[in-house]
Design a protein around this ligand. Structure first.
Ligand code: XBP
Length: 257
């Protein structure tokens, strides 16, 4: 029987809906600041999210939609500059409290801390973006590992970031549970033999999550019930008592996988 010892959280889309209302706005502000007439709509951004990583996303956009970009002397440097500007705007939004945590995130993390579980972060985003979010909504000190961005050679869906976290924590994957919101994230965790709870959002709710341990709309609060999308047996076993995902149910989920 596997004993749950650690929770590992993705950041963007999982802790908070940062993509549509955070990164996307930051990118658009950066484009305007650099005199570019590029506008990433909510819809276009959904397509661009197939590419993990802000710098990689800009590069993909240029290749696909701006083939006639007037020659910039050093494309890598140009993208780096845009990305730094985007991050500045994004972090300002976080500091203003403009991007709240998703339902149940703080509640579950608080419960995990009270019960002595270990916590970690595994994200594709830049480290400063992740820590700014944690500083403003939780506390970075609660997480023994914050693995982010370019720390590993390949971003999700590659499993590198999860292998990194497991190595840092010196823990076996069967004692952990991952929280993700995308098929890319699920793929990365699954390749590292980690079990995953998926909390979908508007950009990801049509993706394939068949390899997830559980798929829900969100973690829920006492007054905001969780809806089970995949894993009906979990629903009849637990959600009849409590309307949201709590740690006892997750311990049981991991024990019985
Ligand atoms: C989210 C991402 C990132 C962010 C932008 O990853 O794909 O690319 O959109 O972050 P995760 P940067 O869900 O793993 O957090 O611009 O800092 O790269």
């Amino acid at each position: 029987m596997n004993q749950l010892q650690a929770l590992i959280f993705d950041v963007d889309g999982t802790l908070a809906n940062t993509e549509r209302d955070g990164h996307r706005l930051g990118f658009n502000q950066a484009f305007a600041q650099m005199g570019l007439d590029w506008q990433w709509s909510v819809e276009l951004y959904g397509e661009l999210l197939a590419v993990a990583g802000g710098k990689e996303r800009i590069k993909y956009f240029i290749d696909r939609y701006q083939p006639n970009l007037p020659k910039v002397e050093n494309l890598t440097e140009f993208i780096k500059q845009l990305h730094q500007l985007k991050n500045k705007h994004y972090q300002a939004l976080l500091k203003k409290g403009a991007i709240p945590l998703r339902p149940g995130v703080k509640r579950l993390i608080t419960e995990a801390r009270e019960q002595g579980l270990r916590l970690a972060i595994a994200t594709t985003t830049t480290l400063a973006n992740a820590t700014t979010l944690l500083e403003n909504a939780l506390d970075p000190a609660w997480f023994e590992v914050i693995a982010a961005g370019d720390i590993v050679p390949a971003k999700k869906p590659a499993p590198d970031i999860y292998f990194y976290v497991l190595a840092q924590m010196q823990i076996e994957p069967e004692h952990c549970l991952v929280f993700e919101d995308t098929a890319h994230g699920l793929e990365a965790a699954t390749k590292a033999k980690l079990k995953t709870v998926v909390t979908v959002n508007n950009y990801t709710d049509q993706q394939d999550f068949s390899k997830a341990a559980l798929v829900v709309n969100h973690l829920g609060e006492a007054d905001l019930p969780t809806k089970i999308i995949q894993g009906q047996e979990f629903s009849s076993k637990y959600l009849s008592k409590s309307k949201h995902i709590n740690l006892a149910s997750l311990r049981d989920l991991v024990a019985n996988i």
